[in-house]
Structures are given as C-alpha cells and as structure tokens.
Design a protein around this ligand. Structure first.
Ligand code: G4P
Ligand code: MG
Length: 176
C-alpha cells in the first residue's frame, strides 16, 4: 500500500511563504493568479497574502476511465474563464495548484490557457512529487514549487472530516 503523509494548515502556510519568495525572486511580476480548483483554492488564497494579486479560478475534475481493463485518464472542465475577462488580457498570470502529481491536470489546464492572450504564464504548486510524470509542462514555462516530496499519498487538512485527528496524524508522521 502507498505510504501516506499528513500536512497541517501551518505546515502549508510555511511552505507557501517559501514558494512566494521563489516567485518574487524570479523577477517576473505576476498580475494575477489562476487557481485550479478545488485543490488550488486554499493555496492560492494563502499565497495572496504574500503576493497581493487577485485570484481568478478554473475548476476541473479528473477521471480514471476503466474500459475493459484499459485505464485512461481524462480531465474535464467544470468551470472555465470563458470568455476570458478583459482584465486578464495581455497579463502575466500564475497558475496555482496544490500538488504536481502526474501532471495530467496541469498539462490540460496549461494547454487550454495557452490558447488565450496572456503576456506569459507561470505555474506554482505547493507540493512537487518526485516521480515519473505522465503530463508535460511546456518547456521554458516558469515553474515554482514550495517543496519536493516523495511519491506518497498526501492528506490535506481541507479534506479532513476530523481536523484534530488529522493534526495528530500529522504530528505522529513527523516522529515516525
Ligand atoms: P497534477 O496534474 O496537478 O499533477 O494532478 P493529477 O492530474 O495527477 O491529479 C489528479 C487528482 O488527484 C487531482 O485532484 C489532484 O489534486 C489529486 N491528487 C494527486 N495526488 C494527490 C495526493 O497525494 N493527495 C491528494 N489529496 N490528492 C492528490 P482534482 O481532480 O484536481 O480534484 P480537487 O481535489 O483538486 O478538486
Ligand atoms: Mg486539483
């Protein structure tokens, strides 16, 4: 079974501060964030306290299709910036998500957003999993990650039904 890890809101806040420093040090001024929901919403909101730029959003859903034993991944739009708001035209935008896992969702979103009239697109993720990636981030696209993590299943606090139990598991996994 895949190993699991728990992160608290505090862990995440600290990592996002580090992430914001990397983004600022890049020298590119981003005008807005585009959060990929649902996982990117809370990271984007925390990042806003360091970057002070507005948050726009798109939402996708990821499906594992199993057709006669053949597993294929697909990503669908739940909500999109369609039409693109005038306020984003010609701007530097930073696409924000919680985790860089297979990159299937990221590739889908980045390819769709690349069709729009932005000055530039960068991508920022909280957790970058070290593993083989099925999807690709376009070459030369600025990429920022808060921290690199092993290929374990991450339990995020916003998914916790019992946040106290979640925090205990996080504390325990720091000792183990
Ligand atoms: P990627 O392009 O960002 O690498 O994401 P990928 O398509 O590989 O991920 C498919 C879904 O699985 C995404 O959810 C992603 O957030 C979620 N996921 C991947 N690894 C983990 C993990 O370790 N822990 C948790 N909790 N989720 C993980 P989604 O379809 O975007 O749903 P949502 O939760 O963001 O709404
Ligand atoms: Mg997601």
């Amino acid at each position: 079974m895949k190993k699991k890890i728990w992160y608290t809101y505090d862990d995440i806040h600290r990592v996002i501060k580090q992430l914001s420093i990397k983004i600022k040090n890049s020298g590119v001024h981003y005008d807005a964030m585009i959060a990929i929901g649902g996982g990117g919403f809370i990271p984007a909101r925390i990042l806003r306290c360091f970057l002070n730029i507005p948050i726009y959003a798109v939402t996708t859903a990821y499906y594992d299709n199993d057709h006669a034993g053949q597993v294929t991944d697909s990503v669908k739009k739940i909500q999109w910036l369609d039409p693109l708001p005038e306020s984003l035209r010609g701007k530097n935008v930073l696409v924000v998500d919680e985790v860089d896992d297979s990159r299937v969702t990221l590739e889908f979103c980045l390819n769709e957003l690349a069709k729009e009239d932005f000055a530039s697109i960068g991508v920022a993720v909280l957790h970058e999993k070290i593993k083989e990636k099925a999807g690709k981030i376009p070459e030369n696209m600025p990429y920022f990650s808060g921290i690199t993590v092993p290929d374990w299943w991450i339990n995020y606090p916003w998914d916790a039904e019992d946040i106290d139990e979640h925090n205990s598991l996080a504390a325990q996994s720091k000792i183990d």
